[in-house]
Design a protein around this ligand. Structure first.
Ligand code: AMP
Ligand code: MG
Length: 415
């Protein structure tokens, strides 16, 4: 039996980032950038009007006697319009937000500062402006104020969220180099399993692990490859495992404990998967199996055999599969695991004598800090207790009854 910390360390040691590749910008959304993005333009690319109004010379407004300036409107500029016409003393351009400031103009006076109605106004007319809050240079975004052509705007290691994708687009990067999506094959074993759309007959159980693991993979930004179920027959499991070994990660559930029909460890061996650990000092999740299929020329496949009981499966997924997917996806170490926090117990929680235990809880913030309320939970097959759990209370072995008010460690389920 492997100690929990040792098992986690072995997963971390076996996983390494997938080689990054060039992909379309939107495909990289949610992934880790592997090469810098350098802009080919200044931002803003030219001095840009930030208000609808009049592009003026500073002195014409700043020095206006009585606060009112009358100016000749010499050109009309909407976004997308350009002009070579220079704005001389006593003149201005009517300008819309997003248009380039014409030569000679230095500030924008908002349309609200026109003394008369400006509707229907066009070049060739006069306008009277009064701007009591005028500052020289106002309402212009100056060329290069945000960044310059040739500047790195996104660094390797950053995750591409919406703002980062927008910025890359502005910088002219239609393609970026990023970590590929981690492909995770998911196989549920057990002759008792039926699909969720079936009404289980006596002795049958709906396959909940398959959709659950697929959901967990999706939430981590991976690509689930559902392989359905295999009955407890060596040929059936072996055929499905062979398929699953084409993925970056294979997550199988069921058939890994010590029963007669727990055929999976032997099948992994026959398929050339090297065992790294089998059985971990952990509750729930003790039967968990982990290994690796190494290849001469290409990346290995990491192989997890999770216990069939759904709650055990999910706890094992969070503790072992999550870091593997994160590492393959090129994420930094601080994102490998569920975040941890300390909390005070709002109800008693019993440790197991011989192994660390994970118990679902709800979390709330009080004056004294984080509070953890253990959820009613009947153990390794109970998903109702886990659904809605905001955290897992992690109690060390020793069998102690932790009382209300005791400080405990929590693995937070929502990041
Ligand atoms: P096993 O690990 O194969 O011994 O299974 C342990 C328990 O988990 C049994 O009660 C199985 O019926 C149940 N189980 C196994 N696989 C699944 C699954 N995919 N969905 C729901 N329950 C399962
Ligand atoms: Mg089984």
């Amino acid at each position: 039996m492997t100690e929990l910390a040792e098992a986690i360390a072995r997963v971390e040691g076996a996983a390494s980032p997938l080689p990054p590749r060039r992909m379309r910008l939107l495909e990289a959304c949610g992934r880790t950038l592997a090469a810098p993005v350098v802009s080919d333009v200044d931002s803003p690319p030219w001095n840009r009007a930030m208000m609808d109004g009049f592009a003026v010379r500073n002195d014409d407004i700043a020095l206006a006697a009585g606060g009112i300036t009358e100016l000749d409107v010499v050109v009309d500029l909407a976004a997308g319009d350009v002009t070579a016409l220079a704005i001389g003393p006593g003149s201005c351009a009517r300008i819309m937000t997003g248009a380039p400031i014409p030569p000679g103009a230095e500030a924008v006076v908002p349309i609200e500062c026109a003394v008369d109605d400006t509707r229907g106004m066009h070049a060739g007319t006069k306008v009277r402006l009064r701007d009591e809050k005028f500052r020289p240079g106002q309402h212009i975004a100056t060329q290069g104020a945000a960044f310059r052509a040739g500047q790195q705007v996104l660094a390797p290691g950053m995750t591409l969220g919406a703002a980062e994708v927008g910025l890359a687009a502005e910088a002219g990067a239609t393609h970026v180099v990023a970590a590929p999506r981690v492909r995770v094959a998911i196989l549920s074993t057990g002759s008792e399993l039926v699909a969720p759309d079936a009404v289980p007959a006596f002795g049958q159980t709906r396959n909940s692990n398959g959709p659950m693991v697929a959901a967990a993979v999706t939430l981590l930004g991976g690509e689930p490859i559902p392989l359905g179920t295999a009955v407890d027959k060596p040929e059936a499991i072996r055929a499905a495992v062979m398929q699953g070994l084409a993925a970056d990660v294979l997550v199988l559930s069921g058939g890994v404990s010590a029963g007669d029909l727990d055929l999976v460890p032997e099948i992994f061996r026959l398929c050339g998967v090297e065992k790294i650990f089998h059985k971990v000092r952990l509750k729930p999740g003790k039967p968990v199996w982990f290994g690796i299929l190494r290849r001469e020329q290409s990346a290995p496949t990491l192989v997890f055999g999770l216990p069939g009981n759904p709650a055990s499966s999910l706890v094992c997924f969070e503790l072992f599969v999550r870091p593997a997917i994160r590492i393959l996806a090129g994420r930094p170490r601080e994102e490998w695991h569920l975040p941890r926090a300390r909390a005070r117990l709002a109800g008693p929680a019993k440790a197991a004598a011989d192994r660390p235990v994970y118990l679902p809880c709800r979390l709330s913030r009080s004056k004294g800090g984080l509070e953890a309320t253990p959820l009613p939970w009947s153990g390794s097959s109970d998903l109702l207790g886990l659904a809605g759990a905001e955290g897992l209370i992690a109690l060390p072995a020793g069998g102690r009854l932790h009382e209300i008010g005791d400080e405990v460690e929590i693995a937070l389920r929502h990041e």
